[in-house]
Design a protein around this ligand. Structure first.
Ligand SMILES: NC(=O)c1ccc[n+]([C@@H]2O[C@H](COP(=O)([O-])OP(=O)(O)OC[C@H]3O[C@@H](n4cnc5c(N)ncnc54)[C@H](OP(=O)(O)O)[C@@H]3O)[C@@H](O)[C@H]2O)c1
Length: 321
């Protein structure tokens, strides 16, 4: 098969697509023919060798470091967590899946960006027939972080919730979920994304200088919760807006969580395959949109990550083997 690999930490140019051994279905695992595998900012931190420190902070916070998927690599390294595809072989001990089943899920070992991937049977849910492959291959890392962030701040109907990065992959899900339960949601985003936010019942506010005043004006009263998906001072902004620490969640700012200024619920806190199934059901029912910013053939993996690194994509960037 062809697969994304890199032989040492570095910038996007270390990524190559080359031949690798086909994976085999060990007991408890299936092998899928990959149809779509989304890119995530976390892949960039891992590939640049910046993730080990963040992983150590997160392990300290969770107190369950041995359970967390490792963010450091043995080389040659593979890449990619989100995945969707068709099962081509099934390991011993699996009753739930058969060859030919269309599934979506995630790879903690980060092997998704390849023509084939071996995955634990428990990390998969069935792909709805009418869900596109690119959405199916985008359902895990960011949407589950959006779900965890929304649940961590527990918005109630009528409350006001602010989401930073509201049109990004994590923020778009967090904002829609908070809105869905009846909260008034203020979404921080650049102007090209305001129309999408409005269409989803979210009040757009442009970020940058003066944003605190613009948020207060849009809220017209108390701000109850804040979901940060960007970092870089948004936890401080939440406090400036009067939101108590227990109702601030950040997907990014581990130090703020260590300091007790925010919660840090993310993908691994969402609730695994059961949470993924809830998200899939919402998307299949037309109650949640997973925006797709762009798709790239696997061979153009470097271009996909250059675009993602710009930090202004609206939704998911997806590789198609
Ligand atoms: N803890 C976890 O489990 C977990 C899981 C997934 C992701 N994450 C992290 O969460 C972050 C977001 O991930 P993602 O996949 O949603 O990224 P993304 O899709 O690239 O979204 C980035 C967003 O940031 C916004 N943005 C850019 N510059 C900004 C600024 N100066 N102020 C405010 N917003 C700005 C962009 O908005 P505009 O386009 O409107 O400019 C865009 O919507 C990443 O750091 C990622 O590593 C954490």
């Amino acid at each position: 098969m062809r697969a994304v690999r890199f032989d040492h930490y570095g910038d996007v140019d270390v990524l190559v697509v080359r031949h690798a051994d086909d994976p085999v279905a060990a007991p408890g695992r299936v092998v899928v023919k990959v149809r779509a595998a989304a890119a995530n900012p976390g892949d960039i931190y891992v590939r640049e060798g910046l993730a080990e420190e963040a992983w150590a902070l997160r392990a300290r916070l969770s107190g369950k470091d041995s359970d967390l998927p490792k963010w450091s690599m043995d080389f040659p390294a593979a890449q990619g967590q989100d995945v969707a595809g068709e099962i081509v072989s099934v390991g011993d001990g699996i009753d739930a899946w058969q060859v030919g089943d269309e599934v979506l899920g995630w790879s903690e070992e980060r092997v998704a960006q390849a023509e084939m991937a071996a995955l634990p049977a428990g990390h998969l849910v069935r792909k709805p027939t009418r869900m596109s492959w690119e959405v199916a291959g985008s359902m895990c890392v960011a949407p589950m972080a959006g779900l965890a962030g929304a649940e961590a701040v527990a918005p109630r109907a009528g409350e006001t919730v602010v989401v930073s990065g509201a049109a990004g992959a994590v923020g778009a899900v967090a904002a829609q979920l908070a809105r869905r339960i009846g909260a008034e949601v203020i979404g921080l985003a650049s102007e090209p994304n305001h129309a999408w936010l409005r269409e989803h019942g979210i009040t757009p506010v442009t970020y940058g200088d003066g944003q605190a005043d613009r948020i207060r004006a849009a809220a017209g009263g108390r701000i109850d919760a804040f979901i940060d998906t960007f970092g870089e001072g948004y936890v401080d902004l939440a406090h400036e807006l009067g939101v108590p620490a227990e109702r601030v969640n950040t997907a990014v700012d581990f130090q703020a969580a260590i300091d007790g200024r925010a919660r840090i619920a993310g993908t691994n806190d969402a609730g695994g395959a059961a949470a993924l199934q809830r998200l899939v059901d919402l998307v299949a029912g037309g109650e949640l949109e997973i925006p797709i910013a762009a798709t790239y053939p696997l061979a153009e993996v470097r271009d996909a990550y250059r675009r993602l690194a710009g930090r202004h994509t609206h939704g998911r960037i997806v590789l198609i083997p």
